[in-house]
Write a protein that binds this ligand. Sequence first.
Ligand code: DGY
Length: 323
Amino acid sequence: MVKPSVLVTRRWPAAVEARLAENYNTVLNRGDKPMSPAQIRDALRSYDAVLPTVTDTLNSEALDVPAAKTRILANYGVGYSHICESAARSLGMTVTNTPDVLSECTADLAMTLLLMVARRAGEGERELRAGGWTGWRPTHLIGTKVSGKTLGIVGFGRIGQEMARRAHHGFGMKIIVQNRSRVAHEVLARCNATQVDSIEELLPQCDFVSLHCPGGAANRHLINARRLDLMKPDAFLINTARGEVIDEFALTQALMFDIIGGAALDVFDGEPRISQTLMQCDNLVMLPHLGSATREAREAMGFRVLENLDDFFDGKPPRDKVI
Ligand code: DGY
């Protein structure tokens, strides 16, 4: 039997690439350069499966391929707001993602960011490396205590729940949740969390707010100037979800004019480009989209894509079918 042809759009962990090559006619992106919309369109005409990531734009323009050969977009990553849902549907393509296997590592990174911004770790490291540290003193880089504070979580899916678990059981934080659907009582009870009906209700109560909702058009600029104004003036905003969820211009203003205490971002609107004004905010910690970047998570994500592909080409519904 002829093996299905598969294009992998970026470099993946070696163990997963090797397994893919055993099971499929696999073409790897050895140069690891992001693909242009034109290259994506060519791929959709040529391969049975395309395995994209967050760095591939699969918008309606890229998916405007009437004679597409590709029947499945098996995404490497849990978020898939870079894939235009309606265009994929109209081409009859199946889309899968990789939930669960990165939840703990992404929550670990969200907690890292929360601690870094509260304890001014980024500022401290920058000062030390620049040779500016003059020694211990009682007033040096005074941060904010984390233990026992209130954490608001926007989006209480798997990653949001892992974040709540760390914050509540590790740091004794009080957890308030906003989620588009009602969260089961037993899920909230695991962290003694309270669910509120709106972001407006959540923001004024929190010392920290961590975003774990999906990206895409529906949540674009969910956190805007009006909502930043609702946060406490010394509260911190953490984003490991998607860059577009925050209006970055409004955030820059809020950081520069002390509307909030600080922010910590792992994701950016239009990444990897970062606005120069964000760069100038000292009360901001920034990481280059490292949420799931552990060996364990990245391998597990790859093997989860393989499982989805195997199911699909065996004629079974893939376990992570989202479209
Ligand atoms: C995810 O899985 O959504 C990560 O952010 C990488 O896309």
